[in-house]
Design a protein around this ligand. Structure first.
Ligand code: AMP
Length: 438
């Protein structure tokens, strides 16, 4: 017999976990729509060719397979490449700039670890078809808004620009081709430290003197303005870096104008971000309470969609990793932890009261109160226990006496209080408890 076991690196999400995951997704959806973002859903499976040649080193992690018709297919690696395909495929139907959000699973053949899975859910936000620094600022502002709404303590969004790193490599005497190795080495800074990065740079052919200069520049620290001022001075000879610094300043001005608290972002010249398709601003959110890695990240990728569309479509976006947010929220004890989706449990007193009890349950639901109904009439004490065991706060009883009086008994299982109220009053009481709980 086959083992009763889910596939390694892919997870089942039981109800208690799902309720927190849905809370996260609902929060992100609310924030996305408050900024006028529109939903998009694409298939999990793409032609392998669609994904190939877009992901650099990461391409080896793609799950590929052949279907019954011998087509070469792949599970999507992220929701960004499918977005690029969609933008090109439906060019006539989409109004640019297009703000879209998307939620769903992605697949990577990684070595599973805490916070790293082979199937994981991402919630993406992208602004397609705008090169404005206000687009970058809006995405970063939404990231800060989301982490604040979810209650993450002390998070910081680190910001950098690909052409700042490029400039650092160039002023240190490196060729354009060597700059790729510099991104990769610097990307590991938080994992392997300055000495590790130095060793890695030297291994990739960088001279010790150049490696030292690169390390000095990527470690510039201070307020956003201080870091940009220092970089402007050191990279003054590199035109592209100068433009990148001006671009980052415009993004920071946008963040300020959008009211993002200054302590929620910083400029970090050592931030590289792994993916090869980024071209401009890159960012990543971290919290000292989760030293294992970033909560999420994103950036500007102006060339990716052009690979499909045949013309330049500048885009900026980010992907929230729902699994990682969830894991960290569990660890830090953040967010609500409901045990159930129901607020009310309607008991069944006896066979004669079943129909009226079902009607009561329907009235409660019509009033917006999530309601469970017992399935067997019988001992009310037992039914109270069942409601309590399920974590439902209120149990209701319609016995012959209550029915005769037009009332209903309502027991608050959390507080242990019980009273008999006219039916309409009982429904209002629950509606009130519902709005307080929100
Ligand atoms: P990326 O598409 O690599 O920029 O990742 C965006 C976000 O998705 C990351 O910040 C993570 O939160 C999440 N993520 C990426 N890879 C994984 C993975 N293997 N398992 C769980 N979450 C992931």
């Amino acid at each position: 017999m086959a083992p009763i076991q889910n596939v390694k690196g892919m997870r089942d999400h039981l109800p208690a976990d799902m309720m927190l995951r849905q809370y996260i997704v609902n929060t992100l959806t609310r924030i996305s729509e408050s900024h006028g973002f529109e939903p998009l859903q694409t298939p999990i499976i793409e032609y392998a060719e669609t994904l190939e040649g877009k992901l650099g080193d990461e391409e080896k992690l793609i799950y590929r397979f052949e279907d019954h018709g011998g087509r070469r297919l792949a599970l999507r690696y992220d929701q960004t490449v499918p977005l690029a395909r969609v933008t090109a495929q439906y060019a006539g139907q989409l109004t640019l700039p297009w703000r879209r959000y998307a939620y769903g699973p992605s697949y990577r053949g990684e070595r599973p670890a805490r916070g790293r899975y082979r199937e994981f859910y991402q919630f993406d936000l992208d602004i397609v078809g705008s090169a404005s620094p206000l687009a970058d600022a809006e995405i970063v502002a939404m990231l800060c808004e989301a982490l604040t709404a979810l209650g993450f303590p002390g998070f910081v969004t680190l910001l950098n620009h690909r052409q700042i790193i490029g400039g650092i490599a160039r002023v240190s005497g490196l060729s354009e081709e060597a700059a790729g190795g510099v991104y990769r080495a610097i990307d590991k800074f938080d994992k392997i430290g300055a000495d590790g990065v130095r060793a890695e740079l030297i291994k990739s052919g960088v001279t010790p003197a150049a490696a030292d200069q690169i390390l000095e520049l990527v470690q510039i620290d201070g307020t956003a303005d201080e870091v940009l001022d220092a970089l402007a001075q050191k990279l003054a000879a590199d035109e592209r870096a100068v433009a990148a610094i001006a671009n980052l300043r415009a993004v920071l001005n946008g963040l300020m104008a959008m009211g993002v608290p200054a302590e929620q972002y910083r400029v970090a010249p050592r931030l590289a971000r792994g993916l090869s398709y980024y071209t401009g601003v890159v960012f990543e959110a971290i919290t000292p309470h989760w030293p294992e890695g970033s909560l999420l990240g994103g950036g500007r990728y102006d060339d990716l969609i052009g690979l499909f569309a045949g013309r330049n479509i500048p885009t900026v976006g980010l992907a929230f990793g729902i699994d990682r947010l969830h894991d960290v929220m569990i660890e830090l004890n953040l967010g609500p932890r409901p045990q159930t989706t129901a607020l009310a449990f309607v008991t069944l007193f006896g066979a004669e009261q079943v129909a009226e009890s079902l009607r009561l349950a329907a009235e409660l639901r019509a009033a917006g109160i999530n309601t469970l109904i017992a399935l067997e009439p019988g001992n009310i004490g037992k039914q109270f226990k069942e409601a309590d065991r399920r974590g439902v706060r209120f149990a209701l009883v319609l016995g012959p006496d209550e029915l005769a009086r037009g009332e209903v008994v309502i027991k608050d299982l959390q507080r242990g209080e019980q009273r008999s109220l006219p039916r309409a009053a009982a429904i209002s009481l629950l509606a009130e408890a519902l709005s307080e709980g929100k």
